[in-house]
Design a protein around this ligand. Structure first.
Ligand SMILES: Nc1nc2c(c(=O)[nH]1)N[C@H]1C(S)=C(S)[C@@H](COP(=O)(O)OP(=O)(O)OC[C@H]3O[C@@H](n4cnc5c(=O)[nH]c(N)nc54)[C@H](O)[C@@H]3O)O[C@H]1N2
Ligand SMILES: Nc1nc2c(c(=O)[nH]1)N[C@H]1C(S)=C(S)[C@@H](COP(=O)(O)OP(=O)(O)OC[C@H]3O[C@@H](n4cnc5c(=O)[nH]c(N)nc54)[C@H](O)[C@@H]3O)O[C@H]1N2
Ligand code: SF4
Ligand SMILES: [Mo]
Length: 792
């Protein structure tokens, strides 16, 4: 591990987002740098105790210690020995905790005569359980839906997985992970037969090239970008390729930036694969030994030349060639894929092409060479692993009766109780059922769909209607709690103990540091209470779930993971406390965890072992068990592809521009925490819209002018930032619930991952009036003004 740095740096991660560089050469260790922030001028001497944890404000999962004084959090510092961050923290990690100390929900709320009023737990839970019981008795399990999160703990997901799938028996379980990482999960299953990140963050430390696909890592995983910057500024820097319609900070450092039209990713990917094959950049031996499907891939990409893609994507063919050449001539490449790819109409097919490029070059499972299909949320991975969403726990295959029987035996329930007669329901369909009323009981926990879902006007209608009883568990009042029938106040990070897993399979233990405010309780405690009141039991009449505490839930989850790719059996709270982050699988064979998957070139595609039989990438039609067994890849990876199709909504005379949406470095999603952290809120106080210099000129828009952007579903006014977004594209952050850009986005999704299309909608732009100065957008990020001016 890294050398312990003797003193922590009091950091300013607002002006200096990534902090001081610690450059290093390829293959050497990333130096430690400890970032610390203590509030109110306190010093380390004022701190009563430091509690071990990991940051929960993105999927990077940086190791942190929480400073506690008089029973309150007063600051944080990075853990230098942690494999993920070597001591560093970014803006949200350093300041975000302050948001947890303001405006918290401290009592349950219940709707009486149309108004939410304060109540006690007994009244609130009685109302929840009565409605639940009545519907179960009259309509059965299909009347129930659970819509959860990528921000709870493993222990909580596993508990609800057992309640929903083993106790109630509903297939309607999904999370906001559907908006976030369902494409990562899907791409892994299509290519490798099972979810699970093959690569490791240490690959950054020795790679020859980095490819970032629709990933603004500089703002969305700032510490991972610091790790990349330290290579870029060191000896033998890697070459960098960035695929993003905006000139992000990543793009500014790129060897090749491909600012493609949003919605055209698959055309580019098919051209890159074409180039690898056409130029003989293929490791024939690896492909022959470890993959199936090369002939079909060759056939599909035969005519997808750089010239062909250049027309569609509007980037120079020579740049596509250069990018392919960088991939083809580097020995070790790390690729990352994120929302610019995932939130689009051919998300899974485009992401699978990234997997394919690595397989074609045999660049998987060895140091410096790996794919990172990113997660965004800190615990999205755990929702997938523990089976709280569409997956069955332990990456089991719902279509494989033996996997279902195994789970039923573990839970001591009848296999028929576990829903597996049809594919699990995705969140978009769950909301459709709630709209129609066939789901009459919807429990939303750890997500704020009143801001984050596409086509918001419809979402608000669904949640506020009488056809569905809505329970919301949250730490704050939000746009969504305001539409609920019952609101339950929850403990947040640092107010409960639990484990979570970052992008590179690193498991952390976040330990409770302080008491939750008022009557707030953990999601785990709430769900156990619900199960007990509902009287859920196993086959022998024992309580289901049979546990009460996080530690017991963790042990149960470990048993469930045994023998599956996601094996946690070698971990324990004690080990995680002592050591910090450890990568799964971790068991007696690999007690220190596993740096990379698939080092032996054997993939979990065996028909008996795989998590999914996969889909046709063009249509989304599932491959049946019989079809799959007929050509059992038996341990080889599957090279899958599909032909490019244009996005669902294309510019026309009425809506001539392409809207895309995304994030800024200072805010977390719907800002329940970051709007309440003064430094972060001040850095990006309110909504803006980004337009290119060319479009600004054409529409007569000056910096800060109020513009209106209109799609077929809604419109929004905000100050314009004239930025480095590509011509023809309007970019807007989706953080601001008062000015929600999701009123403009559309109800459409990728056919396999069913992840919604947040990144392309056709819009019209008009200037409304002059503003009062430059737009309130950050100036040190991708939103920087094109003319170098703007608020500083
Ligand atoms: N500061 C901050 N960090 C976060 C979060 C946050 O809210 N704030 N959220 C976390 C979560 S849950 C997630 S999912 C991740 C998301 O992390 P990212 O995926 O990095 O974030 P986004 O800003 O949604 O989108 C990334 C980039 O996609 C580009 N893009 C838009 N359309 C297209 C397209 O059609 N093709 C391509 N190639 N690119 C396109 C955008 O210009 C944008 O720069 O961030 C995590 N980290
Ligand atoms: N237009 C557009 N829309 C998008 C995206 C985009 O790029 N563009 N990105 C999508 C993506 S990737 C994501 S991940 C989603 C995120 O969308 P949301 O999940 O709706 O966003 P958050 O603000 O993170 O909401 C999480 C909620 O959980 C609460 N919470 C936090 N911790 C806990 C806890 O321990 N227990 C409970 N019960 N509650 C807790 C928070 O207070 C907050 O209200 O948005 C999606 N929406
Ligand atoms: S990079 Fe992510 S995990 Fe690390 S400090 Fe920042 S928000 Fe937290
Ligand atoms: Mo996400």
């Amino acid at each position: 591990m890294t050398e312990k740095s003797s003193h922590a740096q009091h950091a300013d991660r607002i002006a200096d987002i990534w902090g001081t560089r610690t450059p290093h050469a390829s293959g050497t260790q990333w130096p430690a740098r400890v970032d610390q922030y203590l509030a109110d001028g306190l010093t380390a001497a004022d701190v009563d105790r430091w509690v071990r944890s990991a940051c929960l404000l993105c999927s990077n999962g940086c190791g942190v210690e929480i400073a506690v004084r008089d029973g309150r959090i007063v600051g944080v510092r990075g853990r230098p020995e942690d494999r993920v961050n070597h001591g560093r923290l970014g803006p949200k990690g350093l300041y975000g905790w302050q948001g947890q100390q303001r405006d918290r929900l401290t009592t349950p709320l219940i709707r009486r005569n149309g108004q939410l009023v304060e109540t006690d737990w007994e009244t609130a839970m009685t109302a929840v359980v009565q409605r639940s019981r009545t519907l179960l008795d009259t309509k059965g399990p299909l009347s129930h839906g659970f819509f959860t999160s990528g921000q709870l703990m493993s222990e909580e997901y596993y508990t609800l997985a057992m309640i929903g799938k083993g106790g109630i028996g509903t297939p309607h379980m999904d999370g906001n992970t559907r908006w976030c990482t369902s494409t990562a999960a899907a791409a892994f299953q299509e290519t490798f037969g099972c979810d699970g990140q093959p690569g490791s963050y240490t690959d950054i430390d020795s790679c020859d090239a980095i490819f970032l696909y629709g990933h603004n890592v500089a703002e969305t995983q700032t510490v991972l970008w610091a790790r990349m910057l330290d290579r870029l500024d060191g000896a033998d820097p890697p070459r960098l390729v960035c695929v993003d319609p905006r000139r992000t900070k990543v793009a500014e450092r790129a060897t090749v930036h491909l600012p493609l039209r949003n919605g055209t990713n698959l055309a580019l990917m098919n051209a890159l694969v074409h180039e690898l094959i056409a130029n003989g950049f293929v490791d024939e031996d690896y492909v022959a030994a470890h993959t199936v499907g090369i002939d079909a891939l060759e056939e599909l990409t035969r005519d997808t030349t750089p010239e062909w893609a250049a027309e569609i994507c509007d980037v120079p063919a020579d740049d596509i060639r250069r990018a392919a050449e960088i991939f083809g001539t580097s020995k070790r490449v790390v690729s990352t894929v994120s929302m610019g790819f995932y939130q689009s109409h051919q998300a899974t097919a485009a992401s699978c092409q990234v997997n394919n490029m690595h397989l074609l070059r045999g660049m998987i499972g060895r140091p410096g060479a790996g794919v990172l299909q990113m997660n965004g949320q800190p615990t999205a991975q755990n929702n997938r692993e523990c089976g709280c969403g569409p997956a069955l726990p332990g990456f089991r295959n719902w279509a494989n009766p033996e996997h279902v029987a195994e789970l039923a035996a573990l839970w001591n329930v009848d296999p028929l109780a576990i829903p597996h007669w049809a594919p699990p329901t995705d969140a978009m369909t769950m909301f459709r059922y709630a709209e129609q009323g066939s789901i009459g009981f919807l429990w939303i926990a750890g997500t704020n769909p009143g801001v984050s879902m596409p086509d918001l006007a419809r979402v608000r209608r669904i949640l506020s209607g009488d056809q569905c009883f809505v329970v919301v568990s949250d730490g704050y009042r939000t746009e969504t709690t305001e539409l609920a029938d019952v609101v339950l106040p929850t403990a947040l990070w640092a107010e409960k103990t639990g484990t979570h897993t970052n992008v590179d399979r690193t498991v952390h233990l976040s330990e409770q540091a302080v008491q939750p405010p008022g009557q707030a309780r953990s999601d785990l405690a709430i769900w156990i209470d619900y199960a007990r009141r509902l009287g859920l039991t196993d086959k022998d009449g024992g309580p289901l779930p049979p546990w009460n505490t996080p530690a017991e839930a963790f042990e149960a989850w470990q048993r469930c993971s045994a023998g599956r790719p996601v094996d946690y059996t070698g971990l324990s709270y004690e080990l995680l406390h002592e050591h910090g982050g450890i990568q799964w699988p971790c068991n007696t064979a690999v007690p220190a965890g596993t740096e990379r998957l698939y080092a032996d070139g054997v993939f979990p595609t065996d028909a008996q072992y795989c998590q999914s039989y996969g889909h046709d990438l063009a249509t989304g039609a599932p491959v049946t068990e019989t079809q799959y067994r007929a050509t059992d890849p038996a341990g080889r990876a599957i090279l899958k592809a599909a032909a490019y199709e244009p996005a669902y909504e294309l510019p026309d005379d009425h809506y001539p521009l392409r809207l895309t949406t995304g994030r800024t470095v200072y805010h977390w999603h719907t800002r329940t925490k970051t709007a309440r952290a003064p430094q972060l809120q001040q850095a990006a106080p309110s909504m803006w819209l980004e337009v290119s210099r060319q479009d600004a000129k054409q529409y007569g828009v000056a910096e800060g002018d109020i513009v209106r952007v209109t799609s077929r579903r809604g419109s929004l006014e905000a100050p314009a930032r004239i930025s480095h977004v590509r011509e023809g594209v309007v970019f807007g952050p989706w953080h601001y619930g008062d000015d929600p850009i999701n009123e403009l986005t559309l109800n459409a999704w990728d056919p396999i991952s069913r992840q919604p299309e947040f990144k392309v909608a056709a819009v019209a732009l008009e200037r409304v009036r002059a503003g009062d100065g430059p737009a309130p957008a950050p100036t040190n990020t991708a939103s920087a003004p094109a003319n170098g001016e703007g608020r500083s």
